[in-house]
Design a protein. Sequence first.
Lengths: 583, 95
Amino acid sequence: MPSKKTLLTPKQPLHELTKTLTGITGLDEITMGGLPTGRPTLICGSAGCGKTLMSLEFIVRGALEFNEPGVFIAFEEKADELATNVASLGFDLNELQQKNKIKIDYIHVDRSEIEETGEYDLEGLFIRLNYAIDSIGAKRVVLDTIENLFSGLTNLAILRAELRRLFQWLKNKGVTAIITGERGEKTLTRQGLEEYVSDCVILLDHRIIDQISTRRLRVVKYRGTTHGTNEYPFLIDEEGISVLPVTSLKLDKPVSSDRFSSGIPALDKMLSKGGFFRGSSILVSGTAGTGKTSIAASFCNEACARGEKSLFFAFEESPTQIIRNMRSIGIDLQNHVDTGLLQFYASRPTLYGLEMHLVAMHKAIKKFKPKVVILDPITNLITVGSVSEVKSMLVRLIDFLQDEQITVMFTALSLNTVVNEQTDEGVSSLVDAWLLIRDIEMNGERNRGLYIMKSRGMKHSNQVREFLISDEGLNLIDVYIGPDGILTGSAREAQMLLEETGHVLHSHAIGVKDSELLRRRKILESKIDSLKSEFESTEAELNKSYIEEAIKKDVMEQNREKLTTLRGKELGTIKSKNKKSKK
Amino acid sequence: MGKAYELRLYVAGKTVKSVTALNNLKKYCEEHLKGQYSIEVIDLLLHPQLAEGDQILAIPTLVKKVPEPVRKIIGDLSNEEKVLVGLDIRAKKIV
């Protein structure tokens, strides 16, 4: 929350507007630190938009949380009526009054009892206010609704002059005041109070679009400070008012590269990192009955098994229904509910407007602080808003969840049978991962095919897997891609059987062939052997003749030599030979 | 006090309006209710806690406690006619 401190750089010794925290969830963020201290603030709006409650909460929170006593001057409701009205919010006004933390003063203005004659002023009111403020040392004052004076008194000239004096007096008194005013036709308030209270004006609105009402708040003006200028939805529930500071404009969220399992091992295998990133957003879309909720439940179950808190927003089924249904696929969510790790938050989408849903979800998330959030399904939200509204709401939700490092899984129903590349909510571009489940109709049966359309920051399988839901849980099986296309379900089973038979036959055939080959090999080998021995015998014979020949030659040589020596000097050549030999 | 008319005048200090109102009131009462009225003047500057009881906003305020119904007349009571009607004096006369 940007407070006044962060706005001030050390160099600036300038006196900046001091602010008083309201303690109302979200309002302090929008006003960047609360209402202007010591100045009056106007809260205006039509009947029943929560003016009184907001101002009363300002007083009560001030007394409880900031130890600033407050005075509530009620012109409309009596003190005990007010106490009863806010008892449902857990505010015990009577106790606070006894402790002198707050003071409620009911000022009754009844025209029938009052006769005006001549000059007067509202000193009586001032005295009462002063007395009330001083008696408990109040820092906060609420005047609800001062316009009632206009119905009780006729002399407008006096009244207006006195009001001006009153606001000046409040400023001098140094109390942070809230003045409420009924919204007028063209002006912010019926009596033009905004001309007196000019420091801070907050407009409350209660709009009904398509029979669904949404409360909105807007800071119309706030002098001397920056503030959120948008219309912010707010919610009144058993804990008072929560305003939602929506849409942060920056995209500077911290990211985590932590991964965790989706609860379906086969699906994790399809993702290169073995799971989804923490803090990412995952969209599961598919036609009716494709098992989106089952995937979500499995995801949730896995998170709880890891000991992480999960929050399941169910917009279609009641928690007990989901628990019962998931038990049939072997997921026991009740167990996690009992251990407090899982919380369901079921509401009909038509219960309130989108903004309200967002506020409610915001609140539930802030309170429970889960690690994993499931929205099942977001499609139903479309019934309470247009596509662009749903989209902007989801953007804000994703934004918020990323900020909190919460992983979110949305399920979305694709209405068209031809699976579109876009989901109806147009969130597919926003999410980090998108699982698509489509029906594959073939051979008179319907099977589910799951594929990963996208998964940012990691490789993922591009294959279509058959998505099986069984008693044991969810599983993915490689689909058969045969000559006839993708085979699933019983066709796949049949194909598998067929292939198995083929395999057996094949191996048998191979066996026959093998033995034949062996036989032939043996024959050949024996042939080779006989040829070898034949060769050897021939070789031996050849060798024999060679040797004989050599011996013959040798012997002949020797004989010839002998003969020449016997013949003596007949041959010169031989003589010399002999000489040489003599030497 | 037991008077037929119990009147209370709330003032805040001795302002011109308060003084005028008191003087006017006394004058009317002497004229129309002689002997059957009592006037109590409350200065809220001295007793601010008393303002709540009679739901006092404007100063000066004249409150007619008795006879019923309780009526309040605010202002300096300069319009005699209105004061008399407010105090149910004029109405009585007509009846």
